[in-house]
Design a protein around this ligand. Structure first.
Ligand code: FES
Length: 251
């Protein structure tokens, strides 16, 4: 059973269309969290907790920054929280990105789509501390949804792609792969169609994917997150993942 925490809201900011960044104070969670893990938040008036992405952790400050898209009543209510209020959170939940096999001086490709970008940013920060050369490809629906471009540019060679071409490259993240050069392995998080395209395009490369976006209840109760594996079994994204080896699962 994951530990329950009261996390104090320090700031709430809309950083792009329907996209909210919330900074929370909770030193224990900041010490424990690894990239790719998520928090399970209770919003008063809503029965099910919401799985929410972690974008940044500052262990010195004791803070955890989450990022979410307003998609319904729960996330709308969460976006209305004010500094000083507390959020009821379980976590950090899930199995995050393992970076033990990334060697110092190596080159890594990071691919994030929409609300799948926060865990990729957290990972990018950790990898940059490890002296790894980073290339990031970030996909968004359109210009209004773009966030974290500048933050990525500080630590990675960064490509921004929008589906409608209103900013950066037009099309899908896979369209810029010919430009990114050689890399040792890739890490990706985003919507399922994007992950399918990424894993197909990069089938000869070592990679890890996070299917965080496909979660429902986040606690093994709804079965919305079940995924077949190459050895004819099944995995639950919420409890076995959200991160898997790209070679392990069938998307
Ligand atoms: Fe409901 Fe995994 S998200 S069972």
């Amino acid at each position: 059973m994951k530990k329950r925490h009261e996390m104090k809201v320090l700031s709430v900011e809309t950083i792009a269309k329907e996209t909210v960044e919330m900074k929370l104070y909770q030193p224990e969670v900041s010490q424990q969290t690894v990239p790719g893990q998520f928090l399970h938040l209770l919003v008063p008036g809503f029965t099910l907790r919401r799985p929410i992405s972690i974008a940044k952790v500052d262990r010195q400050e004791g803070t955890v920054t989450i990022l979410f898209k307003i998609v319904g009543g729960g996330t709308k209510a969460l976006a209305a929280y004010q500094p000083g209020m507390t959020v009821d959170a379980l976590g950090p939940n899930g199995n995050g990105f393992s970076i033990d096999d990334v060697s110092e001086g190596g080159r890594v490709l990071l691919i994030g789509g929409g609300i799948g970008i926060p865990p990729i940013y957290h990972l990018a920060k950790r990898l940059s501390e490890k002296n790894v050369e980073l290339v990031a490809v970030l996909g968004f629906q359109s210009k209004d949804y773009v966030f974290y471009e500048e933050a990525f540019k500080k630590i990675a060679e960064t490509y921004v792609v929008t589906n409608d071409g209103s900013y950066g490259h037009q099309g899908f993240v896979t369209h810029v792969f010919p430009e990114v050069g050689a890399f040792d392995q890739y890490f990706s998080c985003g919507p399922l169609p994007m992950l399918r395209a990424v894993t197909t395009e990069l089938q000869d490369s070592k990679g890890k994917v996070s299917l965080e976006e496909r979660m429902g209840c986040g606690v093994g109760a709804c079965m919305a997150c079940v995924l077949p594996t190459v050895d004819n079994s099944y995995k639950k994204i919420c409890s076995d993942g959200p991160v898997f080896s790209a070679q392990e699962v069938i998307l």
